[in-house]
Design a protein around this ligand. Sequence first.
Ligand code: HEC
Ligand code: HEC
Length: 248
Amino acid sequence: MNFIRRLPALLLLGGMQLILHAADPAAPAVASTTAKDGKTIFQTVCAQCHGTAGEGKAELKTPSIASMPTWYVNTQLKNFREGRRGHDPADPQAFMMASIAKVLQPEQIKAVVEHVAALQLAVPRGKDREIADANAREGMRLFQERCMECHRYNASGEMAFGSPPLIGRQAWYLADQLKKFKSRRRGAVHGDENGAKMVQTTNYFIEDDQMLRDVVAYIITLNPDPDASKEEQERQIIEGSPFESAGR
Ligand code: HEC
Ligand code: HEC
């Protein structure tokens, strides 16, 4: 398992050690901690994989999680803990995240989830925005017909539907998750009602890989300018589609 061998070096800050035995008994240990405050838990455990600012790392296939709303991170950690996500060793990324989620104590989860939500949105840059052979304008059509009713016009998510923000995530991560839903590695376990919505959507409406790439390319365009100020980024997010206002 190449992916697991490439995990960052072992960090030990006391407390129990988490051994990742995903598909490889010789896999290295990942730091665990008995800390109770969100920042320490994040920097000790999560940052090794998700980056110190929660920006994610392409080489580890970890998503950016900075500023993800508490309700979504809570649901996903619960899904990982209870086997609705990451139950399949053939999906090493989710399998690994499930091992991490299972060793956290409930009060640690509460604290770290709040810390994650308070981090500033990590807008994807460079290669994290790229998706080959894609047409964002085509993707807009699919997005407006099939995605925005749940994820909102600007992909900022909607708690009432359990649908997360899609801005902030890397293009390759969005594409990978759509493939996981379509192949039922995510969202297909009995009782995962929110995941089921995506299994359905990807199977009925994303007919081929071209459509998948197009819609991801469009979602990426909804991200604000990574170099703009926080206020300007917020304004751009509210503005939404770059194709509907003339000149952009
Ligand atoms: C060993 C590496 C590793 C560590 C440590 C780790 N993660 Fe993850 N995490 C991943 C990977 C890989 C994924 C992507 C799973 C997938 O592709 O389905 C992920 C996914 C997630 C997701 C789902 C994001 C989404 O968009 O649905 C959340 C939330 C998350 N991690 C939170 C955390 C938190 C909080 C911590 C610290 C307590 C943490 N992770 C520690 C590797 C890690
Ligand atoms: C009926 C509502 C609904 C529709 C329509 C819908 N989604 Fe979702 N989507 C959700 C929900 C709910 C989740 C969270 C699933 C979970 O909890 O695991 C989600 C999750 C996702 C994720 C995973 C994000 C992450 O951080 O891991 C992606 C990517 C996504 N949707 C893209 C799309 C795209 C693209 C479309 C249109 C083709 C679409 N969705 C249509 C409700 C919807």
